[in-house]
Structure formats: C-alpha cells, structure tokens
Ligand binder design. Structure first.
Ligand code: AMP
Ligand code: ZN
Length: 472
C-alpha cells in the first residue's frame, strides 16, 4: 500500500516496524466545544486509514488523546487555555465542559460511522508521565526554565523544521494571533512544556510539579500519551494539516530528543474543509456541526459520502449545494442497490476481481473517490445480485456508508407505507411551493418547507428529473 508521508513529501510503500502490526496515533479533539464538520473530515479520513489497514489484515492498535488541558487560543503558547474559555462561556467547571464535549464528540463519530480508537486518553489522566518526560528533557539539556515556565530549546536540534518549507517567517505566522512575543524564549521557535506563569492566573486545573504549581503545554501530551501506550517506535501519526506546524513539529522535537532515535515513520495529514470564506474553525464562533446537518434533513452518512468523494490531500469546499448534490447521489445509489435481487449464489471469481479494483484505489494513497467509483463499477457488472451485494458488503467494511443497510430500509418503507391521497396531495403542493422558492432563490423558505415535511415524516429526494419523496 502506498501512503503519502509528510516527512518525505512523497508516496511511500507502507512497511510497519513489526510485520503484521500497526501502531497508529491520532490527535484527538480539544473538548471545549462541539467538533465542527471540518474536524470530522479529518477523523473520517483517518477512520478510512484505520479500517483499511484492518481490512488488509493488519493488527492495528490505535490511540487517541482528548485535549482537556493546555491548548491555548494560539498554537504558539500565548492566550488563554481553550478549556477555560469554554468553562467561562458556559458557567461550568472545566471537567464538566470536557465531559460534555467528549461525549458529544463520540456521539458525532458514531453517527458518522467513525470507529472509536482502541484507547482514548484524556491529557489530564497522564500528568505524572508529562512531568517525568519533561524532567528527562531538562536532564538531557533539551529544556530550560525561564520566568517560571519550562521551554524546549529548539537550538539543540540539528533540524527542527522537519515538515517541508517552514522558515522563520512561517513561525511568525504561528504567533500572529499572540498578543506579544514571549521574552523568556531563548529562540523564537522554542515552545512551552510546562506553565507555572501565565497571564491567565485563573487557570482552573493545576498540578504540583518540580517547577511549581502549573499545567502542561499542549504538545507534550501527544508525545507522552503516544510513547506510553504505543512504545518508542510509532508507525503512523495522523492529524489535520494545521497540526503539522507547530504541533507535530514540536512533538517530533521533544519525542526524539527524549528517545535519542527516530520516533514515527509515517505522518498522514488531512487537508482542510473550507467554507467559501476560508478555513472552518471553532474559534470563528459560527460553525457547522453534525446536529445542524441532521436538523437540515441530512443523514450524517451523506456527509461521510461527501468526504469520501474527494481525496484527503486536497482541500474540500463545503457548501449546502455541494452537500445537496452528495445527498442526491447517495440516495440514488441506495435506490439502485435496493433493486438488486438477492437470489443466486456468489460468483467468487467476479467478486475477487471487484475487490481487486477496490483495493487498487485504496492502495494508492487511499484514493477514496476511486473507491466510491468502484461501487458504481460493481452495479454495472454483468453478474447476479448476490455477487454485487457481496462486493458492496465487502467494500463497506472500509467505506462504512451503510449501503445495504440503508437500501434495505428504503425497500421496507416502500412496501409497508401506502400514502393517504389527501396527504399525497399536500406533499405534492409543498414540493411545488419549494420549487418556486428555489427558483426565486429564497433558499431559507425552501429549507423551511423541507424541514416542515421532514417533521411530518416525509423526506424529499431531489433528482435530475425532479423531486420525489419517501415516507419515514
Ligand atoms: P482541535 O479539536 O481543534 O484540536 O482539532 C481536531 C482535529 O481537527 C485536528 O486534527 C485538526 O487538525 C483538525 N481540523 C481543524 N480544522 C479543520 C478543518 N477545517 N478541516 C479539517 N480538519 C480540521
Ligand atoms: Zn496532538
């Protein structure tokens, strides 16, 4: 399998440290707010990698942290702790906020068929480990104390900027939203391992340490949690592209300084989901969530399908129109699958060829859009329904689009629910009104009509030929 490695900036044959086994680490969410669908794009694409490795027969051990302390409003060690900001906003304690949004995150993951990592570790559960590793870094001369904080000394490294062209100016970009430069730093790129002094003295969670009462920096948590649960040699580390610098750059710096050897072999970065006005981010306040998609009548599977239609190394633009197109395509696909006969026995030769076509797509740096095309290729095959169904069930072990399951639901609904003629006329009238609203570019009204019908148990399906509906 070829996987693009951000370290070498090229596709490489994936070879794990231990044959047949894969250790995988994912940067988890900062649980001060709901995850937006941009965050979830990263988790969906990482899920594909996780599931595909399992599909290939690897024994995958995947660990993810939950950031519940230390992630400041600027990735460059300035600003307020995001968790504290969330707690103040909601008049709750930091731990209450962390619990609420951790649960909300996993509920979103479930709705999107994102597999829960084997081990999920909140940062606050590993403070002793952070203190131990930071002490070791100080002992080895890679860290220093200044103004009450402990910093990593980047000048001690042969190469700090490991991910492509990061130069000093890029670091300036990293600190642009900081109020002022931190005068304690010996070098511009140095970063905080442990805070005891911060302008925000009301930091709620603090722990005793050899350097005083304080709290960890954000970067040290991922290094320590990964090394604690996955050992000294990690196969794959993933995250969104904004994590490459400074977060992952700093993770590599401190892990390799601590270990004295190379730490992680493959770095997978998912490009951003953007809106038409730029990167989607939690700090912008207004952001799209899975709940909002549901409110607007979109099955979360439609969003997963939308993400899989494009490659993870290309940024993806979200618009309601694009999502609507994905919805139409997904529903049409389900309708086609629903008509597949179940009789007959599986033609193993044809099935194997279909699987090969599917693997070819994912073996090439997880080309999910070609993997989706492989679904359509199956539907076009000159073979019986049983063979087609078997191929789709196999692909869905990785894609998890609930193809057969949701097609089955369509079938049973169609069979069991006959529509009362007066109700049918009411639906047709609403469809006409919505069409007129759309023609007048009154999308709010069109959405309202869709939502109103949905509340009555009617799901509209837009196709090239016009709008139809489904009850339920
Ligand atoms: P956070 O909760 O902010 O720590 O981010 C969780 C994950 O989402 C990280 O892997 C980020 O790199 C990723 N991420 C943040 N914004 C986006 C976006 N607009 N598109 C895709 N991934 C994102
Ligand atoms: Zn991380």
């Amino acid at each position: 399998m070829l996987l693009y490695n951000s370290l070498s900036r090229q596709k490489e044959e994936f070879v794990p440290n231990e044959p047949g086994k894969v250790s995988m680490y994912t940067c988890g969410p900062t649980v001060y707010h709901f995850a937006h669908i941009g965050n979830l794009r990263s988790y969906i694409m990482e899920d594909i990698l996780d599931r595909y490795l399992r599909y290939l027969g690897y024994d995958v051990n995947r660990v993810m942290n939950i950031t519940d302390v230390g992630h400041l409003t600027s990735d460059a060690d300035t600003g307020e702790d995001k968790m504290l900001k969330g707690a103040k906003r909601e008049h709750k304690t930091v731990m209450e906020v962390a619990k609420f949004y951790t649960d909300a995150f996993f509920a979103d993951c479930e709705a999107l068929a994102i597999r829960r990592p084997d081990k999920v570790v909140p940062a606050t559960s590993c403070i002793d480990e952070f203190i131990r590793v930071i002490s070791e870094l100080i002992k080895k001369g890679y860290a220093y104390e200044a103004g009450g904080n402990i910093y990593f000394d980047t000048s001690k490294l042969e190469q700090y900027y490991v991910f492509h062209n990061f130069e000093e100016e890029d670091l300036e970009v990293g600190v642009r939203d900081g109020v002022e430069a931190d005068g304690n730093k010996r070098n511009k790129a140095d970063f905080v391992l442990w805070f005891t002094k911060s302008k925000f003295d009301d930091q709620e969670l603090k722990w005793e340490s050899p350097w005083g009462l304080g709290y960890p920096g954000w970067h040290i948590e991922c290094s320590c949690i990964s090394m604690k649960y996955l050992g000294e040699r990690l196969d794959i580390h993933c995250g969104g592209i904004d994590n490459a610098f400074p977060h992952h750059t700093n993770e590599i710096a401190q892990s390799e300084a601590y270990l004295g050897h190379k730490w992680c072999n493959y770095w997978m970065h998912v490009l951003h989901l953007n809106t038409t006005s730029g990167k989607m981010s939690k700090s912008k306040g207004e952001f799209l969530t899975v709940s909002l998609l549901k409110e607007k009548g979109y099955d979360p599977m439609v969003y997963r399908f939308f993400c899989l239609q494009s490659h993870y190394r290309k940024s993806l633009v979200f618009s309601w129109e694009n999502l609507e197109n994905a919805k139409v395509a997904y529903e049409k696909l389900l309708q086609k699958i629903a008509t597949l006969p179940k009789e007959g026995s599986v033609d193993e030769k044809v099935l194997e060829a279909a699987k090969e076509n599917f693997r070819k797509a994912l073996d090439n740096d997880l080309n999910t859009s070609l993997a989706v095309t492989a679904i359509y290729d199956v539907l076009k095959l000159d073979t019986n329904g049983a063979t087609k169904r078997a191929a789709l069930a196999d692909f869905d072990k990785v894609l998890c689009l609930r193809l057969l399951e949701n097609a089955e639901k369509l079938e049973t609904k169609d069979e069991t629910l006959a529509v009362d003629p007066a109700f049918a006329a009411e639906i047709e009238a609403a469809i006409e009104a919505r069409k007129a609203a759309k023609a007048a570019k009154n999308y709010a009204e069109a959405d309202r009509i869709r939502a109103e019908l949905l509340a009555k148990g009617v799901t509209l399906i837009d196709t090239k030929e016009g709008t139809t509906y489904r009850i339920g």
